[in-house]
Every structure is written in structure tokens, then in C-alpha cells.
Design a protein around this ligand. Structure first.
Ligand SMILES: NC(=O)c1ccc[n+]([C@@H]2O[C@H](COP(=O)([O-])OP(=O)(O)OC[C@H]3O[C@@H](n4cnc5c(N)ncnc54)[C@H](OP(=O)(O)O)[C@@H]3O)[C@@H](O)[C@H]2O)c1
Length: 282
């Protein structure tokens, strides 16, 4: 029976990876690691876990994902996103490892990026992810998956883009959403399925996994608002040109044709996913 270790199992994507395992990896023993189980910066504990559990594969979802926090505390971002990833790569040198990266490795000036396009990360979060990608890809068994905004329900209820919108509306806020910032949102259940399929196919290298439809933040907000009228959602259109904070990538839409050709199911855009899952939480 193969065994997989999933880090970040208390987060959005890691929790879907653990949940989808029953369908996607029948017969596998899956151990989900949450922060409460182990702080991944405790290398001695991590080594002991690998020696004890002896995983056949690792799906590394843990990260410092809060981008303002990464800007405020770059050393902490680097420790978790780069150094811990490097350490896990060493421990997983002889087995496949899947590392989850981000569309934000691109500067967003062009959009529709493929795996062969040059990265140019704009902020600390994106820089640490791009650096970790390079480390992971030095091992020819390993997989790097770049994804975009993921929708879904996280164990803490506050991680996905859709949860954050609902939280704001519940708090009575009006969301100002850019009409000219584009992403390819995807439901996290599809990201998790893709992770398992690529891993089980023995794939290696870099793959883009995101929704088939490019949406502006404004269009995404409208889709989410339509699904939860009970929250009396309030949203206003805005432009990225008004943004005064750290640099933002305007269009990080991803060309996912390489991954799509390998997968048994379509990487639905979020609008399509919502239509085909009318009563599922997102
Ligand atoms: N969700 C998206 O839209 C999206 C888009 C692009 C890429 N990604 C990438 O996908 C991966 C998963 O993202 P996610 O959305 O699932 O993030 P998430 O919900 O924030 O989950 C990350 C998990 O890592 C845990 N973690 C952080 N520091 C840790 C430590 N020192 N020891 C142990 N665990 C620790 C976090 O615990 P705490 O909650 O206690 O901090 C959290 O449970 C990340 O690599 C992210 O960069 C996500």
C-alpha cells in the first residue's frame, strides 16, 4: 500500500487533497499534517516523521500564503516557503514530491502564461515561491503545480478567495473589486484531483492547473454574490490603476493545456463549476 504525506492539511488545498484521496488514490494511506501536528520548521521532528512514516510520495501544501504578511515579514516567508521546502526536498530526494506554486510568479503584463514562459515575481510571496520552484525542479522526479485563486471551504473558514468575500459581506463591508485584474479561478476540489492524477501517472516537471475561464476580480465577485444573496453582498467596480500598495500582477491567467492533455477531467472555470454544482459549498 503506497503512503503519502500531505503538508498543510489544515489549509485550503491540503484539506481538499486529503479529502479527495478516497476517490483519487484508493488504497493509499494518506497522512495529513496540520500545524497542530507539527511545526515544519522543526527539522528534527520532520526527519523523525520521514524515518517513521516512510512516505512513498509527498504533497507539500504548507506555506505562508498571506501576501501582506509575507511583505511585512520577508524572513518568515523565506523560512517557510523556501527553506522548509528545500528541507522537505532533501528528505524526499528518492520519492516524488508535489510542490504547489502560484500564478503570481508571473508579473502579469501579458497573461495566458505557459510553463515555458519566463517568471518575474513582483512581491515577497511570489519571489519565495519562484525560488522554491527552482529548488524543487532540480529533482527530476518532482512536480511543481502552479495554480491560481482557489475557491472552496477551508477548515478555518477564512482561506479561500470566496470565503474572504463572504467574510467581508458578513461584516457589512462593500468590496471594491478590480475590473482590470485577471485570474483563472478554480475550485480547490479540482486542484486536488489534478494533483493526485499527475502524481499517480508518474508525471514530473512543471504544470499549470487553473480554471479554464479567465475572470476579472469584479466578474468573480459578481459570481460569488449571485450565489449568496442572503448576505446582501455589496460590491463596487474599481481599477488596478488606483492601487497604491506593493506592485500587483494585472493578468496572471494561465495556459493549462499541458496539464489538461494529461488529465481525465476538464479544469472547469469557476463559473462553469458553480453552474454544475448548484448546491455544493464553495
Ligand atoms: N489558495 C489559493 O488560492 C492558492 C493560489 C495559488 C497558490 N497557492 C499555493 O497552494 C498552497 C496551499 O495554499 P492554501 O491556500 O491551502 O494555503 P493555506 O490555506 O494558508 O494553508 C497553508 C497551511 O500551511 C500551514 N503552515 C504554515 N506555516 C506552517 C508551519 N510552520 N508548520 C506547519 N504548517 C504550517 C498553515 O497553518 P496556519 O493556518 O496555522 O498558518 C496552513 O494550514 C500554498 O503553497 C500556496 O502558495 C494557493
Amino acid at each position: 500500500m503506497p503512503k503519502a504525506l500531505v503538508t498543510g492539511a489544515g489549509g485550503l488545498i491540503g484539506s481538499y487533497v486529503v479529502r479527495e484521496a478516497a476517490q483519487c488514490a484508493p488504497g493509499w494511506t494518506v497522512r495529513g499534517l496540520r500545524r497542530a501536528d507539527m511545526d515544519l520548521t522543526n527539522y528534527a521532528a520532520l526527519c523523525a516523521l520521514f524515518a517513521d512514516f516512510k512516505p512513498d510520495a509527498v504533497i507539500h501544501c504548507a506555506a505562508l500564503t498571506n501576501t501582506p504578511l509575507c511583505e511585512a515579514e520577508p524572513d518568515r516567508a523565506r523560512l517557510l516557503n523556501v527553506d522548509v521546502t528545500a528541507r522537505i526536498c532533501e528528505l524526499a530526494a528518492a520519492i516524488p514530491l508535489v510542490f504547489i506554486s502560484t500564478d503570481l510568479v508571473f508579473d502579469g503584463t501579458r497573461g495566458n502564461y505557459s510553463e515555458t514562459d519566463k517568471v518575474n515575481p513582483l512581491g515577497v510571496y511570489a519571489q519565495t515561491k519562484a525560488e522554491a520552484e527552482r529548488i524543487v525542479l532540480t529533482n527530476s522526479r518532482h512536480i511543481v503545480i502552479r495554480t491560481s485563486l482557489n475557491a472552496g471551504v477551508s477548515p478555518t473558514g477564512d482561506r479561500s478567495v470566496t470565503e474572504k468575500m463572504r467574510m467581508a459581506w458578513r461584516a457589512g463591508q462593500t468590496l471594491r473589486l478590480f475590473t482590470d485584474e485577471y485570474r483563472c479561478p478554480i475550485h480547490a476540489s479540482l486542484t486536488a484531483r489534478a494533483i493526485w492524477e499527475l502524481l499517480r501517472q508518474g508525471q514530473a516537471g512543471l504544470f499549470h492547473i487553473a480554471g479554464a475561464q479567465k475572470l476579472s476580480r469584479w466578474e468573480l465577485g459578481q459570481l460569488v454574490a449571485a450565489r449568496c444573496p442572503e448576505l446582501n453582498p455589496r460590491l463596487e467596480p474599481a481599477s488596478i490603476k488606483e492601487w497604491a500598495g506593493p506592485p500587483r500582477a494585472a493578468d496572471t491567467s494561465l495556459d493549462c493545456s499541458k496539464a489538461q492533455a494529461a488529465l481525465s477531467f476538464p479544469l472547469l472555470g469557476l463559473e462553469h463549476w458553480l453552474k454544475s454544482h448548484p448546491s455544493e459549498p464553495f
